[in-house]
Structures are given as C-alpha cells and as structure tokens.
Write a protein that binds this ligand. Sequence first.
Ligand code: DC
Length: 255
Amino acid sequence: MTVSTTDNTALHDDNSQTQPLRYPVICIDGPSGAGKGTVTWRLAQALDYQLLDSGALYRIVGLKAFEAGLVTADTSQAIDEMAVLKLTQSLDIAFVPNNASGRVDILVNDEAVGEQVRNETVGGYASQIAVFPKVREALLKLQQDMATRSGLVADGRDMGTVVFPNADVKVFLTASAEARAERRVAQLSNAGQTADFDAILTTIKARDDRDENRSTAPSKPATDALLLDSSMFDADEVYEQVKKHCQSQGIIFNS
Ligand code: DC
C-alpha cells in the first residue's frame, strides 16, 4: 500500500520501526460530527502543516470492502479480516488539499472518491472494518510517516492514544449525540435533502458504541488530552479554544 502526500512524496510501508517525531504533531480526536474536520483544516491552513484525515483512510477501506462484497450494512454478518487486510494492502491512496472546498480530495488508485466516502453508509462500513487489528496495523505506519515530512494535524479516534502517543498537542473534541445529530440534519437540509433526526441519532449512537467499545485502539481521550465539548459552541469558538491550547503547548501561529 502506498499513500502520497501533498508534497507528492510517496510513502511506502516497508520500514516497521516507529521513528521519533521530528516535526510538531497536533492530534484532534473524537466522534463523528463533533467538528474535528473543521478545526483540523483551519489549524493546518494557519500553521501550514499537513493534514491527516485518518477517518478517510478507514472510509476508503470500508468503501472498497463493500464494493468487493466483503462488508454490507448488515452488521450481524461476519467479515473476513484477512480478505479486508489484503485489499487494504493493495490500495494506492493520495490526499490532495482543495482550497476551494476547504477539504482534502482523495484519490484511490488514481480515481477520485472524495464525496462518495463521506456519506453515513460508508462511515458505517469504515467503523465495521476498523475493529480489525490487522487492518489497523496495516494503516499505522503510513499514518506515522506523515509526521516525518512536516508539521501535522491529525484527525481521528486513536491519533493521541496509538498513532502519535508523543504528539505535542492532543485534543479530544466531543459533543452530545443529539447535538451531532442536529448538525447532521441541518447539513442535509442545507444541501436540499430530507433528514430523519431519530434515524440519524440511532446511526450515530450505534457507530459511537462500536468505535468506543472495540478492543483495539478504541475511540477515547489520551490521558494528556484537552477535553472539549463543542455542543454549545460554534466552529469559530471551538477553533479559538483549540488554538489557545496549542499556543499554551508551544505551537507558534503567525496569524
Ligand atoms: O472520522 P470518520 O467519521 O470519518 O471515521 C469513520 C470511521 O472510521 C469511524 O466510525 C471509525 C473509523 N476510524 C477509526 O477507527 N480510527 C480513526 N483514527 C479514524 C476513523
């Protein structure tokens, strides 16, 4: 498996040793819909750091596993971990920042999959394959390598606990399941789509439950993470609080 980064350098998973951190790393962990993506993007822009959207890696594997018939929406169905591992190892992934959309475009085997991986259904597939230790291990070194080229802002569930335990800054951003469901409903209706609050809330809670209770790298705050509940704050307020925390940990912002 190969992941290309913004400087077009291909990173190969052929070295199994964890390397010491040489550049600052900021970890933003927490459940879906807590606002991690927005904060991560803004920090990466302000600091000129690379951005690691680790959820996208799991979403890509989830989508490809679905396309290969290895995973379905029926969560009671057994999944072949070794087949998902093989598929994971065969993927060639590129992250390309898109200033116009404020997101990172994703190419898999040279094919754009960006919007397709963002929907809730694919989030569910991602959460299902993310329970497998071998799949997580296959993605681990690739994620860690992203911190060896420049500063990094990493968004995920286990950035501060497993992937970058020595990170300079760790934040665990959360929000009540209800607040996150409300945000999702607003997002969908802004996009002209109808949304059922109760159905969305049920999906969010089921995914939280699986992500928080798996045995390998469960979603949880690192002991040295700043815990921030974004339920009552807007995106600007959350960003300012995270920025202040980064500054208190020695990260220098030029603006
Ligand atoms: O952050 P997200 O919603 O894009 O993540 C999709 C799923 O991927 C999430 O439900 C669990 C999994 N995931 C993970 O296990 N570890 C990460 N570091 C990031 C995501």
